[in-house]
Write a new protein. Structure first.
Length: 287
């Protein structure tokens, strides 16, 4: 497969691209309500899964030297104190049904409503119950983002919901929502976050940045080898981070909806080996 090439002007006009994102995410029917109903105890399938709202934070960074800017994804690297230590992920976490429902009206009707503009209009075109689920998981994701990195909710502009995603190593279903962070201010990661990692959107259009992440994972009765596509991110200090798994697929899905993006042939890239410890899924040493 050839390297995906974007429209040269697609990512340089901040307003035009955000308008495109809002339209592309707002047009399809949101699957939040249908998926959530399958997670309830009365459902017939997947009733042991738990729901988690996550925020896909999109920023536009101006360059004072080049006279232009670029879009970036603002991710977090999980600390050694939590499950999936060392992985890059989106801010977010488990739904708190009572608390998030209490906070939801502030999100919709409060003085700093995040649900506004064209994105709100598209969300309102969904069924009334679907709109409430979108607002609920947006509240969930923003609450968790505040707890994890102190991202102020009022600095986030809601762009639209993304398709839900079932994790494979956890019995958990993710409800992702994209948001444009207009000015994050000074972020302060808590104990669950090692650091914040910023990855340019343009990196996904570099075929040489992709590879095969080979996982030696614990399994019943021993271990198993698994292979996943990954993005190899190298920062300005020479550090290297591997983006894979659910966060990788959510971003690729976002780009597919917004720009008709197609993943390049990642099997042609380098193979990166990782042996997951037995406490990878728990965040604590085995008993």
């Amino acid at each position: 497969m050839t390297e995906p090439v974007p429209d040269p002007g697609l990512f340089t006009d901040c307003k035009a691209f955000l308008d495109r994102v809002i339209e592309k995410l707002g047009t399809p029917v949101c699957d939040f309500q249908e998926t959530f109903r399958k997670l309830t105890p009365s459902g017939k399938t997947d009733h042991h899964r738990r729901a988690a709202g996550v925020l896909l934070p999109l920023l536009f960074q101006e360059s004072p030297f080049e006279g232009k800017g670029q879009f970036v994804f603002q991710l977090i690297k999980r600390s050694s104190l939590v499950p999936q230590s060392g992985d890059l992920s989106l801010p977010g976490g488990m739904l708190h049904p009572v608390l998030d429902r209490l906070l939801r009206p502030l999100l919709i009707h409060g003085p700093f409503s995040i649900l506004r503009g064209k994105a709100r209009a598209y969300a309102l075109q969904q069924q009334a119950s679907s709109f409430r689920f979108i607002a609920l998981f947006l509240t969930n994701a923003l609450r968790e983002a505040w707890e994890e990195i102190r991202l102020p909710p009022y600095r986030v502009r809601f762009l639209g919901p993304l398709p839900t995603h079932n994790l494979t190593l956890f019995r958990r279903t993710i409800f992702p929502l994209a948001g444009f962070v207009e000015n994050p201010g000074t972020l302060c990661p808590n104990r669950e976050v090692e650091k914040i990692v910023v990855i340019p959107l343009s990196s996904f259009y570099r075929e040489d940045f992709f590879g095969c992440y080979q996982i030696d994972a614990p399994a019943a009765g021993g271990r198993r080898l698994l292979q996943y596509p990954c993005l190899i991110h190298r920062d300005s200090d020479g550090g290297e981070e591997i983006l894979w798994g659910a966060t990788f697929h959510i971003i690729v899905g976002f780009l597919g909806i917004v720009t008709d993006y197609r993943l390049p042939d990642w099997r042609k890239g380098p193979v990166i080996f990782k042996k997951l410890p037995f406490d990878y899924l728990t965040g604590r040493p085995p008993s």
